[in-house]
Design a protein around this ligand. Structure first.
Ligand code: 5GP
Ligand code: ZN
Length: 121
Protein backbone atom coordinates (compact mmCIF):
# COMPACT_ATOMS: atom_id res chain seq x y z
CA UNK A 1 0.00 0.00 0.00
CA UNK A 2 1.40 3.35 -1.10
CA UNK A 3 0.30 6.95 -0.92
CA UNK A 4 -0.58 8.70 -4.15
CA UNK A 5 -0.18 12.45 -4.55
CA UNK A 6 -3.47 13.94 -5.82
CA UNK A 7 -5.16 10.52 -5.35
CA UNK A 8 -8.18 10.15 -7.65
CA UNK A 9 -10.57 7.46 -6.44
CA UNK A 10 -11.97 7.07 -9.95
CA UNK A 11 -8.54 6.35 -11.43
CA UNK A 12 -7.69 2.68 -11.88
CA UNK A 13 -3.93 3.32 -11.70
CA UNK A 14 -4.22 5.38 -8.49
CA UNK A 15 -6.16 2.46 -7.01
CA UNK A 16 -3.55 -0.05 -8.22
CA UNK A 17 -0.72 1.99 -6.64
CA UNK A 18 -2.68 2.23 -3.40
CA UNK A 19 -3.24 -1.52 -3.41
CA UNK A 20 -7.05 -1.37 -3.72
CA UNK A 21 -6.83 -3.23 -7.05
CA UNK A 22 -4.36 -6.13 -7.28
CA UNK A 23 -1.53 -5.99 -9.79
CA UNK A 24 1.56 -7.98 -10.76
CA UNK A 25 4.19 -5.62 -9.34
CA UNK A 26 7.55 -5.46 -11.11
CA UNK A 27 9.17 -2.50 -9.35
CA UNK A 28 8.35 0.20 -6.80
CA UNK A 29 10.11 3.13 -5.19
CA UNK A 30 8.99 6.37 -3.56
CA UNK A 31 8.20 8.04 -6.88
CA UNK A 32 6.88 5.37 -9.21
CA UNK A 33 5.29 1.94 -9.54
CA UNK A 34 5.58 -0.65 -12.31
CA UNK A 35 3.34 -3.63 -13.00
CA UNK A 36 2.42 -6.03 -15.80
CA UNK A 37 -0.26 -4.94 -18.24
CA UNK A 38 -3.46 -6.95 -17.81
CA UNK A 39 -3.82 -7.28 -21.60
CA UNK A 40 -0.24 -7.73 -22.84
CA UNK A 41 0.59 -6.71 -26.40
CA UNK A 42 4.03 -8.36 -26.33
CA UNK A 43 5.69 -11.17 -24.31
CA UNK A 44 6.94 -8.46 -21.93
CA UNK A 45 4.48 -5.61 -21.42
CA UNK A 46 5.01 -3.49 -18.32
CA UNK A 47 3.45 -0.17 -17.30
CA UNK A 48 5.47 2.40 -15.36
CA UNK A 49 3.37 5.02 -13.58
CA UNK A 50 4.18 7.92 -11.26
CA UNK A 51 2.85 7.86 -7.68
CA UNK A 52 1.24 11.18 -8.45
CA UNK A 53 -1.96 11.51 -10.41
CA UNK A 54 -0.62 13.28 -13.50
CA UNK A 55 -3.05 12.78 -16.38
CA UNK A 56 -0.66 12.39 -19.30
CA UNK A 57 2.50 13.61 -21.02
CA UNK A 58 0.58 16.86 -21.57
CA UNK A 59 0.91 17.60 -17.83
CA UNK A 60 4.70 17.23 -17.74
CA UNK A 61 6.25 20.56 -16.85
CA UNK A 62 9.25 22.20 -15.27
CA UNK A 63 8.10 21.16 -11.82
CA UNK A 64 7.94 17.41 -12.41
CA UNK A 65 10.36 16.84 -15.30
CA UNK A 66 13.56 16.15 -13.43
CA UNK A 67 12.56 14.51 -10.20
CA UNK A 68 9.63 12.50 -11.50
CA UNK A 69 9.73 12.01 -15.25
CA UNK A 70 13.50 11.87 -15.61
CA UNK A 71 13.57 9.31 -12.81
CA UNK A 72 10.89 7.23 -14.55
CA UNK A 73 13.17 6.80 -17.56
CA UNK A 74 16.02 5.59 -15.33
CA UNK A 75 13.55 3.08 -13.89
CA UNK A 76 12.43 2.04 -17.39
CA UNK A 77 16.04 1.27 -18.35
CA UNK A 78 16.58 -0.70 -15.13
CA UNK A 79 13.41 -2.74 -15.59
CA UNK A 80 14.35 -3.54 -19.20
CA UNK A 81 17.75 -4.80 -18.03
CA UNK A 82 16.20 -6.84 -15.22
CA UNK A 83 13.66 -8.34 -17.63
CA UNK A 84 16.47 -9.38 -19.98
CA UNK A 85 15.35 -7.28 -22.92
CA UNK A 86 18.85 -7.24 -24.47
CA UNK A 87 17.38 -7.39 -27.96
CA UNK A 88 15.68 -4.05 -27.47
CA UNK A 89 12.29 -2.76 -26.49
CA UNK A 90 9.81 -0.01 -27.23
CA UNK A 91 8.64 2.70 -24.81
CA UNK A 92 5.24 4.22 -25.61
CA UNK A 93 3.05 6.79 -23.92
CA UNK A 94 -0.36 7.44 -25.44
CA UNK A 95 -1.41 11.02 -24.76
CA UNK A 96 -5.05 11.96 -25.17
CA UNK A 97 -7.94 10.58 -27.21
CA UNK A 98 -6.37 10.75 -30.67
CA UNK A 99 -3.53 8.56 -29.40
CA UNK A 100 -5.99 6.12 -27.82
CA UNK A 101 -5.14 6.81 -24.19
CA UNK A 102 -7.64 4.82 -22.13
CA UNK A 103 -6.38 5.45 -18.58
CA UNK A 104 -5.88 9.16 -17.77
CA UNK A 105 -2.93 8.63 -15.40
CA UNK A 106 0.51 9.12 -17.02
CA UNK A 107 2.07 5.79 -17.93
CA UNK A 108 4.87 4.46 -20.07
CA UNK A 109 4.42 1.10 -21.74
CA UNK A 110 7.57 -1.05 -21.98
CA UNK A 111 7.09 -3.59 -24.77
CA UNK A 112 9.64 -6.25 -25.62
CA UNK A 113 10.52 -9.89 -25.96
CA UNK A 114 9.63 -10.06 -29.63
CA UNK A 115 10.98 -8.68 -32.89
CA UNK A 116 8.47 -5.98 -33.75
CA UNK A 117 7.09 -5.74 -37.23
CA UNK A 118 4.75 -3.06 -38.53
CA UNK A 119 5.28 0.20 -36.76
CA UNK A 120 4.12 3.79 -36.62
CA UNK A 121 7.59 5.29 -36.17
P1 5GP B 1 -3.45 3.28 -22.68
O1 5GP B 1 -4.45 2.69 -23.63
O2 5GP B 1 -4.08 4.32 -21.77
O3 5GP B 1 -2.18 3.74 -23.32
O4 5GP B 1 -2.98 2.06 -21.77
C1 5GP B 1 -3.71 1.60 -20.68
C2 5GP B 1 -3.23 0.21 -20.41
O5 5GP B 1 -3.65 -0.16 -19.11
C3 5GP B 1 -3.79 -0.86 -21.37
O6 5GP B 1 -2.72 -1.51 -22.04
C4 5GP B 1 -4.58 -1.79 -20.45
O7 5GP B 1 -4.47 -3.15 -20.82
C5 5GP B 1 -3.98 -1.52 -19.09
N1 5GP B 1 -4.89 -1.71 -17.98
C6 5GP B 1 -6.14 -1.17 -17.85
N2 5GP B 1 -6.70 -1.54 -16.68
C7 5GP B 1 -5.77 -2.33 -16.06
C8 5GP B 1 -5.77 -3.02 -14.80
O8 5GP B 1 -6.72 -2.99 -14.02
N3 5GP B 1 -4.64 -3.72 -14.49
C9 5GP B 1 -3.56 -3.79 -15.33
N4 5GP B 1 -2.52 -4.53 -14.93
N5 5GP B 1 -3.53 -3.15 -16.52
C10 5GP B 1 -4.62 -2.43 -16.87
ZN1 ZN C 1 -4.43 8.24 -11.07
Amino acid sequence: MSDVLNFDENCVFCRIIKGDIPSAKVYEDELCYAFRDINPQAPTHILVVPKAHIQSVAEIDGENEALLVGHMFTVIAKIARDEGLEGGYRVISNCGPDAGQTVPHLHFHILGGVKMGERMV
